[in-house]
Design a protein around this ligand. Structure first.
Ligand code: TXA
Ligand code: MG
Length: 335
């Protein structure tokens, strides 16, 4: 069945119903771009084999051509369409897939013919994820093939956790459909693990934690990748607000507030006093709630015209807090 596609001159946001999903699948088949919700962050999708759609995706995001995209699949059984794992990798894929898919885990494997080399920055590997969000899964099923999608933000900016964030970054795009599936539940990007490396290597921390990967795989390499170029998107400065941002402990935060005359935004879990002209965003003390809220808060304070964003160090480095700390360090580094 084909659904008539209305002319879209610019960016259109649609509610996540059956009709929108059919329309979006058709849109992808016609070589256009669709932003869609996943449980981590929103993705900006194109067909994995449509060269001109992929070229437009890189151009729209402003993403360097050597930074590879994630291939999203509707079911673990579809991995073979985009990847050719060795028997050793297939064993790890099956084990991790049973534990964490559908969900916020991305695995790097040898690239197969169903993923264009231009979507992997010319690499012979491909990152694959089977997302859990019902709208992402419905879109993948309706499209009937894997979808290549980076996070739906302009390159280097904060990942979007709502349709409004996508619209804010791509207000001037032509021919972009955004499916509005509400706020993302997890709020930080997926964990990326490279199964081609031996032992497997953690490329990006996420809500699937290193200790959970160790439990499944026995051994993993967690050396930070930022300096080594193994995953271009893990360069130190990333996920950044435009306003200068600093990561401080509580004492440093108090001192900065006392010294600074220009209005600053304070993003903190502690109940500290924030005197005028500064502004305060209270953050949840629970790591899951904090992660789900973080990018929306950074975008909000970035818009509000403060001279700086002062972020209190998270109360812990354990579990999901270690992933949150990774993102805060990237948001606040000047490198
Ligand atoms: O949660 C997520 O992963 C979201 C949703 C939309 O799935 N996607 C996302 O994509 O964050 P992106 O492109 O913003 O980040 C993907 C990361 C980048 O750091 C990229 O360099 C890395 O994965 N990556 C992708 N393919 C790779 C490959 N073949 N080898 C090494 N790293 C790869
Ligand atoms: Mg991204």
């Amino acid at each position: 069945m084909t659904t008539p596609v209305p002319p879209v001159a610019s960016v259109n946001s649609l509610p996540a119903d059956d009709q929108s999903i059919l329309l979006a699948a058709q849109w992808l088949r016609q070589g256009r771009l669709v932003a869609f919700p996943t449980e981590t962050v929103y993705g900006l999708g194109a067909s994995c084999t449509d060269e001109s759609a992929l070229a437009r995706l890189y151009a729209l995001k402003g993403r360097p051509g050597d930074n590879p995209l994630i291939a999203h699949v509707a079911t673990p059984g579809e991995v073979g369409l985009v990847a050719c794992p060795t028997p050793r990798q297939a064993g790890m894929l099956a084990d991790l897939g049973r534990r964490f898919w559908p969900g916020p885990l991305t695995m790097v494997l040898p690239r197969g013919p169903g993923m264009s080399p231009s979507a992997t920055g010319g690499r012979d590997t491909v990152a694959v994820r089977c997302p859990a969000h019902p709208v992402a899964r419905a879109l993948l099923t309706a499209f009937g093939a894997p979808i290549a999608a980076p996070s739906a933000n302009r390159s280097g900016h904060i990942s979007p956790t709502s349709a409004a964030h996508v619209l804010a970054d791509f207000a001037n795009a032509s021919e972009l459909l955004v499916i509005d599936g509400g706020p993302s539940r997890v709020g930080v990007e997926s964990t990326v693990v490279d199964l081609v490396a031996d032992p497997p290597r953690l490329l990006r921390p996420g809500s699937v934690l290193p200790e959970q990967l160790v439990e499944a795989l026995g051994e993993i390499d967690t050396t930070p990748m930022s300096a080594q170029g193994a995953s271009p998107g893990t360069a130190a400065r990333h996920y950044s607000p435009r306003t200068p941002a600093l990561l401080l402990d509580l004492a440093g935060l108090r001192q900065a507030l006392a010294e600074r005359r220009e209005p600053c935004a304070v993003v903190a879990t502690s109940d500290l006093d924030v005197p005028r002209p500064h502004g305060r965003m209270s953050m949840p003390k629970d790591a899951e709630a904090y992660a789900a809220r973080l990018y929306a808060v950074l975008r909000e304070v970035d818009q509000a015209g403060f001279s700086a964003i002062l972020i209190e160090r998270p109360p812990s480095r354990v579990g999901l807090w270690s992933t949150i700390l990774d993102r805060l360090e990237r948001a606040t580094t000047t490198a």
